[in-house]
Design a protein around this ligand. Structure first.
Ligand code: AMP
Length: 111
């Protein structure tokens, strides 16, 4: 079953795009928790980090590289967080792998 991010990738739900190539999409989070809150995701339907197969690992490296680029473009390269919530107990609500790029304010320690 398609998730909201699957529908966004298919162009069936609107979003504010920050970056796109054949493999990766980055969009503004609809409920930002910081001045910069961007979601970076593979276009391939992968539920979460725990579902990643070895052949998909290059996507993770590419996401890290794109996070670096976006952080520089947004001027937050001195301090940002890149995180993924894996599974319901970690607060994952959309079961299409995505990484939150969060910054633009002082971020507290993880609780
Ligand atoms: P998670 O809880 O880690 O699965 O993160 C899901 C994120 O997706 C949340 O931060 C939501 O605010 C965000 N979100 C949900 N629907 C949309 C949407 N249509 N466009 C952009 N962000 C969304």
């Amino acid at each position: 079953m398609s998730t909201v991010f699957g529908l966004i990738i298919e162009g069936k739900v609107p979003c504010t795009k920050v970056f796109e190539n054949e493999r990766i999409l980055a969009i503004e989070d609809i409920h930002p928790v910081a001045p910069v809150h961007i979601l970076i995701m593979p276009k391939k339907a992968i539920a979460n980090l725990q579902s990643i197969q070895p052949k998909d690992l290059p996507l993770i490296a590419e996401i890290a590289q794109i996070a670096q680029q976006i952080a520089e473009e947004k001027g937050i390269e001195e301090g940002y967080r890149l995180l993924t919530n894996n599974g319901p107990d970690a607060g994952q609500t959309v079961f299409h792998l995505h990484f939150h790029l969060i910054g633009g304010r002082v971020l507290g320690h993880l609780g």
